[in-house]
Write a protein that binds this ligand. Structure first.
Ligand SMILES: Cc1cc2nc3c(=O)[nH]c(=O)nc-3n(C[C@H](O)[C@H](O)[C@H](O)COP(=O)(O)OP(=O)(O)OC[C@H]3O[C@@H](n4cnc5c(N)ncnc54)[C@H](O)[C@@H]3O)c2cc1C
Length: 506
């Protein structure tokens, strides 16, 4: 198992969006990169988000102008990089004069429209609701509308990991970094996977461990963390579609917080998020009864359709690790990222740690990280990710066109399945179709549009190991699968892994 000789320029700890973002950027600049993730890619905060690529209208209230400007501009950059997994969305903010006056919202939206570069996304406007067709309660008569984007968060991570690998990075999951020590100007990194413990060496160590960022520094590296970290739990409810249409709603609450209602997977609505200090183990974050009541309560204040806990189809929770700025209010702690470089002496191997951040700004965060590391890699190439497409966006003219092409080539495929594949894989979907001309050639049918050929592709090319990897993060089909369906898929995966094992041994 020992791998003492392998030396990488960069070893990245953490396969969330920030880790894969840095790994991709670095690999594309010619560095040799290794990334390890202790669980599955995106298995923690990066799959528990509100799934928005957004400027963050409410951050303007906290005067986070740098963050909002960068995030606003990134909306269109990311939309162009991955139009299959990111799509524009209009957001409706019902006006509640006792919470925020109209002039304040208009001013905020003016900044929102003009602070970042915007070409494709429509600007904001004032709207009136008609009691007959509005899903909102009758006393809500007008509001504002503006643009942001929705994203498949877990797939954003996986696509970056694929790109990193295609650029030469080695990406391993279910591999924990146990410790790392500085030795002769390098890092000696100790890793553990199902086969055992092994070591590699790195010129630079990148700590993108998300909620574990400070713990990793203190416990695994035995160093002092440069910043305190606040873990803030956020939870979402998934309920049956609350209203028709593809717009999201942004609901203001009496506590000055806002909560989104977002169309989700065609037939659900996502309601979230909350913001609560979290002191437990980030591996096991779960929604609390109080959060459920809070989210149901705000939805019921705005929408005609009244929800009870019986409507909840699923919930999910995650923790943000934010740089502690000593705010009293968890909602007000800065959402901006901070990069900490630890390198005191010339021959000391550098450590770069990532604190905070958002999905939206992952690409800029990665660029800043590599700027900080550029003195250590004088040969490193320039930034490149702004214009580079993510896997599946190559030759993608429009979602509708690709759906039509797919329906034309693969007989028996439903519009729903074709649309799911196009959104998940873009033009890479031809890879797992593998010359098939009918859905009946795609192998075992697990129901709900999942066939063996897709599962095999996910195991072979997207690091999927378990049913959760496939159903929760790669396909989002977990909301449809019964226990029995999961059992069948579990058994199939055991066979696939055995086959792979035999192949590797042979
Ligand atoms: C409720 C909520 C809603 C949000 N909504 C949005 C939104 O709509 N838009 C937006 O832009 N941002 C949003 N965010 C923020 C965004 O989700 C996070 O900033 C981002 O996902 C953080 O990514 P990360 O890579 O830093 O952390 P993570 O995704 O948690 O990744 C860190 C990874 O490191 C791994 N790891 C830790 N220790 C080790 C080790 N020793 N060895 C190997 N691996 C290790 C972990 O297993 C983990 O997978 C939201 C956050 C929350 C909590």
């Amino acid at each position: 198992m020992s791998d003492h000789q392998t030396l990488y320029d960069l070893v990245v700890i953490g396969g969330g969006i920030n880790g894969v973002g840095i790994a991709t950027d670095a690999a594309g600049r010619g560095l040799s990169v290794f990334l390890c993730e202790k669980d599955d890619l995106a298995s923690h905060t990066s799959s528990a988000s509100s799934k928005l690529i957004h400027g963050g209208l409410r951050y303007l209230e906290h005067k986070e102008f740098r963050l909002v400007r960068e995030a606003l501009a990134e909306r269109e950059v990311l939309l162009a990089k991955a139009p299959h997994i990111i799509r524009p969305m209009r957001f409706i903010m019902p006006h509640q004069p006792h919470l925020r006056p109209a002039w304040l919202i208009r001013t905020g939206l003016f900044f929102y429209d003009h602070l970042g570069k915007r070409e494709k996304l429509a600007g904001s406007n004032h709207i009136r609701f008609h009691p007959i067709d509005s899903p909102l309660k009758d006393d809500i008569t007008h509001g504002f509308e503006y643009s942001d984007c929705a994203v498949d968060d877990a797939r954003l991570v996986v696509l970056n990991a694929i790109q990193a690998q295609e650029m030469g990075a080695k990406v391993v999951t279910r591999t924990r970094c146990l410790s790392a020590q500085r030795q002769n100007g390098l890092w000696r990194v100790e890793l553990e996977n199902a086969q055992g413990i092994y070591q590699i060496k790195a010129k630079v160590l990148v700590n993108a461990a998300g909620p574990w960022v400070a713990q990793f520094i203190q416990q695994d590296l035995q160093l002092k963390s440069p910043y305190g970290v606040r873990l803030i739990q956020g939870s979402h409810l998934i309920v049956p579609q609350l209203y028709e249409g593809n717009k999201a709603y942004i609901m203001q609450n009496n506590d000055q917080r806002i909560v989104f209602a977002i169309p989700y997977l065609g037939k659900y609505t996502l309601i979230g998020t909350t913001d609560n200090e979290y002191l437990g183990n980030p591996n096991h974050v779960e929604i609390t009864e109080k959060e459920i009541d809070y989210l149901l309560d705000i939805s019921n204040k705005y929408f005609k359709t009244q929800l009870t806990s019986a409507h909840i189809v699923a919930t999910f929770s995650g923790v943000r690790s934010l740089c502690d700025d000593e705010s009293d209010n968890p909602s007000a702690v800065t959402r901006d990222y901070t990069l900490a470089l630890n390198h005191e002496f010339e021959d000391e191997a550098p450590l770069l740690s990532v604190f905070g951040g958002k999905l939206t700004t992952y690409r800029k965060l990665a660029e800043s990280a590599l700027d900080l590391l550029s003195p250590f890699f004088v040969e490193m190439k320039k930034s490149w990710t702004e214009k580079a497409l993510l896997p599946g966006a190559e030759n993608l003219n429009s979602i509708e066109e690709l759906v039509a092409q797919l329906q034309d080539k693969l007989s028996g495929i439903s519009h729903e399945l074709a649309t799911r594949w196009v959104h998940a894989y873009g033009t890479r979907l031809w890879l797992f179709l593998n010359q098939a001309t009918s859905v009946h050639e795609l192998g075992q049918d697990f129901g709900h549009g999942l066939y063996a050929q897709e599962v095999d592709y996910l195991v072979e090319h997207e690091w999927a190991v378990s049913t959760d990897d496939i159903l929760k993060r790669r396909t989002k089909l977990y909301l449809e699968f019964s226990e029995n369906d999961v059992f069948t898929l579990d058994n199939y995966l055991i066979e696939v892994h055995e086959r792979r094992l035999q192949r590797d041994v042979a």
